[in-house]
Design a protein around this ligand. Sequence first.
Ligand code: KIV
Ligand code: NA
Length: 274
Amino acid sequence: MSVTGTTRQKMPADILAMKGGAPIVCLTAYTTPIAKLVDSHCDLVLVGDSVGMVLHGLPSTLGVTMEMMILHGQAVARGLSNALMVIDMPFGSYEESPAQAFRNASRLMAETGAGAVKLEGGAHMAETIAFLTARGIPVQAHIGLTPQSVNTLGGYKVQGRGDSRARLVKDAKAVADAGAFSVVLEKVPQGLADEITAMVAIPTVGIGAGAGCDGQVLVVDDMLGLFTDFKPKFVKRFGQLGQEAEAAVADYAAEVRDRSFPAAEHSFADEVKK
Ligand code: KIV
Ligand code: NA
C-alpha cells in the first residue's frame, strides 16, 4: 500500500513534478528489510555511499567501492515497490571523465535496477551530468558539503557562507541546467538553501539545509538511533533503536547465563505426542 499516491514505482519525472509542492520525503536504505520498512512512507530511497561508514565501519565514504554499492543496491531494490531508488556513485567511479561516469552509472543501474544515480559536485560535474542524462541515466546532483571531498574541503563544515555563497548558487544553477532531476543540498545555511530552491526549477532535497527545501533526506541509521558513533547537528533521532537493541542483547546474555533461555516453549520434545 502506498501512502503517497501512485501504485507503480516512482520515477525521476514524478520527483521533478513535486517541485514546489508537498515536501519530498527521502531516506537512505542499505538492506532489504529497511527498504521494505521505509518504502511506503518515502518518495525516494537513496542507497547512499554513507553505507561505508554506517554499516562497514569505514572512517569516511572514500573507501566505498562499486561492488559494495551494487550488493547493497540489489538488496534495497528487492524491498521497494513505491519509492524511486537512487544509488550513489562511489568515490573514483565518475570524476575522471563523462565516459567513465557513464560506464559505471550504467553498470549500477543495470545490475541493481536503480532508477537514477546520484553524484557529488557542482559546476565541474555539469558536463558529466549532461552526458549521462542525454544517454538515459537520470542524475540527482549533490552540492554543498560533499563528503567524498572531505580532504580538500578540510572537514565536514557548513558550506556556502561568505565568499563561497556565490559559488554554491552557481553550482546549483549549473547542475539544474545540465539536466539533473533534483539536487541534494548538504549542510548549507537555510537562507541560501531557500534562495537556491526559489532559483532552480528542479527540487532541492535538504540535509542540514533548513525546512524550505522541496524535500528532506536523512541517513536512516542516524534517524533511527542505530548509528551513534557521532551525531551531526542536522540529525534528529526519531528512534533509539541502538539502545533498544543493546538492552535486548543484554537480556539475552543474562538469560543464557542463568539458563532461563531457552525455555520449554523454545525446545523440542524427544517424542511427538500421538
Ligand atoms: O550517502 C548518503 O547517505 C547521502 C545522503 C546523506 C544525501 O549522500
Ligand atoms: Na552519499
